[in-house]
Ligand binder design. Sequence first.
Ligand code: KG4
Ligand code: ZN
Length: 380
Amino acid sequence: MKIIAIETSCDETAIALVEASGGLKSPKFKILKDFVASQIKIHQPFGGVVPNIAKREHLRNLPILIGKILGISNFQFLISNKIPNSKFQILNTIDLVAVTVGPGLEPALWAGVNFAKQIYAEIRGNNKRRKPQKIGLQGVSHLDGHLYSLLLQQKNIDYKKLFPAISLIVSGGHTMIVLMKDLKTIKKIGETRDDAVGEAFDKVARLLDLPYPGGPEIEKLAKNGNPDAIKFPRPMLDQQNFDFSYSGLKTSVLYYLRDHKLAEGKMENGEWEKQKADVAASFQKAAFDVLIKKTLKAAEKYKAKTIMISGGVAANKSLKKAFIAELRGLKRGTTRKEALQLIVTKFPTDNAVMIAAAAYINHLRKKKYKLVANGNLNIK
Ligand code: KG4
Ligand code: ZN
């Protein structure tokens, strides 16, 4: 099945063309085209994503990206938004148009939903050889996208050895633990009660005068710092649930900087850089300690065979290293026959390939979402 997927939930405009096969027993994906137009530079001066600017940029980028998918650089096409007949061969082979309907910024989501409807209408209208009802249009949850991104480009997935799995989704908007009994049976077992972990990285980065998005900046800076220099709190670490809280940790960083009079211009430059690195490293460790401990606790409780990590924060190499170190320690002290395997997504930050993967799985399990932008869509 050939899927064209569109993602516009936040500040990345993305379109991908993916060939999916294998069914629910062993799904496989071949990525034919994958384009992401990032708006990071445009939102950077504001220190975060501005919804209406995101929408405007999506509307500008979408025709350009579909032009790239089809190999058109025709300016006329961009003005009229009409696809030339000669370029329809690729679209004629598409079985499913998939688009993110939520969660995310609603003005941004609408840009994608309306564009997907337009593309779908054009494909159906121009398809002379196939019955129009054979072509589908499907709304996709962005969270399903992150969750199923684990199935993409992972070599040698042995589906028999994968489940039950504990899946940790960590992004700018979400922090949650999902129990996957199999590809179809998923249940959220915990989530953040306030800020998402990626959001905490972005906010702490701002306190340290680092640009948006803060995650990669903090990760880089933390490499030069001492993670044990400052004892930041580990909120909810020992509670008997799988929930998180990150707003208190961010506030602790704020108070620490204030109480120690740490700021650019208030101290020698070299000293500020050193302090910044220690704050970044100590914050990162505190944030990850809670993620790791709660995920492992969930894996233990549900006798998981696999831990999966997805979402933008999964791009952080120190997170993967810390998980591996913890799993090694666990292996030594356990009587389990099989080691708990760790899979980190190869598609952490927002993209459309993961939306195609989720569309395929949801199509097979007959899970449908309304074709309406829903900023608060939850995982089911
Ligand atoms: O999944 P994503 O692209 O968008 C959402 O669905 O939110 O995640 C973006 C988030 C941002 O908060 C960003 O700071 C964070 O992921 N992020 C990172 C890293 N790369 C991106 N956080 C920590 N370390 C990174 N290397
Ligand atoms: Zn995301």
